[in-house]
Ligand binder design. Structure first.
Ligand SMILES: [Zn+2]
Length: 185
C-alpha cells in the first residue's frame, strides 16, 4: 500500500512507499494526516526507555514546506499506462476492451500530418485499429470515436498513477475530480 503525499495546502504531490512515509514521520515533516492509520511500523528498542519505537501510518499525509506551484499548474505528463487507464482500456475505434499489452497510443491527427503528442490528440486504440488507421485522418476514413480525449486533472492523474488505492485516498481524490471524468463512470 502506498501513502498519498500532499503539500501543506492539500494538493497531491506523489505516491510514496510506507518506508518513505516513515522517514517523514520520524523527521517530523508531517503537518497533518487524513484517514485512519492502516498499518503500524515497528522499529528498534530504545536503549534508555526499553520501549520499541512504533509509527502509525495514515493513508494521506501532508508535508510541511514550500508549495511546488509549477507542478500544480502544468498538465500531467502523458504516459501509456495513464492514457489506457483514462480511456478504461477501451479502443476508441472498435469500442472493445483489451489487455494493456494489446493497446497502443493512437494519435488522432497523425504525427506525420502535424499532430502532437498530447492528452487531447492521443487516444487508446487496439493494435488492429491503429494499424488500419495508419496516417489517415478520421474524416478521410469516415471513422468516429466511441469517446473523446481530455486532459486529466492533477487529482485524476494521481488516481491514474496509483497502484492499490485505499478507500480514504480514493474518496479524497475523487472529491476533486471533475464531473466529466470517465473515472466517475
Ligand atoms: Zn480497435
Amino acid at each position: 500500500m502506498d501513502v498519498l503525499q500532499l503539500d501543506v495546502s492539500g494538493r497531491p504531490q506523489a505516491w510514496i512507499s510506507p518506508k518513505e512515509a516513515a522517514i517523514l514521520y520520524a523527521s517530523d515533516e508531517i503537518a497533518w494526516t487524513l484517514g485512519e492509520p492502516f498499518t503500524v511500523l515497528r522499529g528498534g528498542i530504545q536503549r534508555l526507555s526499553g520501549l520499541q519505537s512504533r509509527i502509525e501510518l495514515h493513508p494521506i499525509v501532508a508535508v510541511r514546506g514550500s508549495i511546488p506551484s509549477r507542478a500544480w499548474r502544468s498538465a500531467p505528463a502523458l504516459a501509456n499506462t495513464k492514457l489506457f487507464a483514462r480511456d478504461r482500456y477501451l479502443c476508441a475505434y472498435c469500442g472493445r476492451q483489451f489487455h494493456p499489452d494489446d493497446l497502443t497510443r493512437e494519435h488522432i491527427v497523425p504525427t506525420s500530418r502535424g499532430g502532437i503528442d498530447s492528452w487531447m490528440n492521443c487516444i487508446t486504440a487496439c493494435r488492429s485499429c491503429n494499424g488500419r488507421k495508419g496516417s489517415w485522418t478520421l474524416r478521410e476514413l469516415g471513422w468516429s470515436m466511441y469517446y473523446l480525449p481530455y486532459v486529466p486533472s492533477l487529482h485524476e492523474d494521481m488516481i491514474l498513477r496509483g497502484r492499490r488505492i485505499l478507500a480514504d485516498q480514493m474518496e479524497f481524490l475523487l472529491a476533486c475530480v471533475p464531473a466529466h471524468s470517465r473515472l466517475r463512470g
